[in-house]
Design a protein around this ligand. Sequence first.
Ligand code: CP3
Length: 367
Amino acid sequence: MTAQAAARYDDADFIRACRGQAHERVPVWFMRQAGRALPEYRAIRAEHEFEEVVRTPELAAEVTLQPVRRYGVDAAILFSDIVTPLQGLGVGVEIKPGVGPVVEHPVRSAADLERLRPLEVEEDLAFVMETVSILVDELEVPLIGFGGAPFTLASYLIEGGPSKSYTRTKQMMFADEALWHRLLERLADITLASLRGQVARGASAVQLFDSWAGALHPDDYARYVQPHSRRIFDGLADLGVPRIHFGVTTGELLGAMAEAGADVVGVDWRVPLTTARRRVPEGVSLQGNLEPAVALGPWELVEDRVRDVLRSAGGRPDHVFNLGHGVLPQTDPAVLERVVELVHREGRVAPPSATEAHGTGIGVARG
Ligand code: CP3
């Protein structure tokens, strides 16, 4: 590729919304739309382990396509995991069912950094590259590539698995700042190589998941984390694809996450989009933010909450509808299908003439 393949979706609502360009219909996709809630995914998982699915391009591509077929979403997201590139380097990370990524030898010292050599994406992640190529051929909507942000990856590597308090992670951050920065620099380079590889194979946008960055004070985020995430966003700038930056409980970090170099900031459900809009500079789009658990309630509630999100986005051209975090496994897929229909039916971008320089308070068109 590249410029040509990426340009293929320049007119897609999803890409235009990421860029804040005029379009009519609010685009929608869901984090973790592939997997979890879908019976067709569970049927595949009944025969293949999660990691086997990720490592088998035909299966990973099929699972990526399933939600696009069923829900009619405006974008696909690659089926993989944020720790997959680390596994590609031979770092011992196992995905334990019901737990998450578990690291065999946690990173605690300078010597441990040696295991994090530079990623040669075409060799170390050949199966991911092949999956992306299959998808780009088969899809009729943009493919979102993704990677783990340095802080969130570091938290798994240092803790050895999922954590609630991130104590060891913060211990390294505060007690050995030099080692911390060396670790995050290496992780940034690994994720950057992975994302550049996905775009080279035809992904039309990328999302950086800093899922757990919300554990940090804004000053600590700015000092210990933002420079490394910025290194990734800067390193993608020449590719011209929209760059999305997401984390949970990041209400106080939204401005800093935009400043790291994102074109779109993902907002979790705890922060109204009107508030997020004030925290994120003009020219940066917002993505979100229906609470995933709302989809477990009655349709009347879901409908109201979807309309609330659309209303709080204000009919501006710089909004991508999504959940505030991933689809919950208990979700009835039929509900998500109806959410997509509703967003497509009622989510209207106000025409540029009706807005003064990005507009404010424009209602959502009905019917
Ligand atoms: O639930 C499923 O869809 C089953 C497949 C699965 C994924 N990851 C897909 C995935 C499984 C079993 C995992 C393991 C895993 N990895 C867990 C366990 C929890 C779980 O959901 O079962 C966790 C916490 C991780 C680490 C991880 N992976 C994080 C923090 C993120 C970022 C997204 C987030 O939730 O904050 C991922 C990305 C991820 N895992 C994706 C997929 C398909 C890509 C992102 C997306 O689809 O939106």
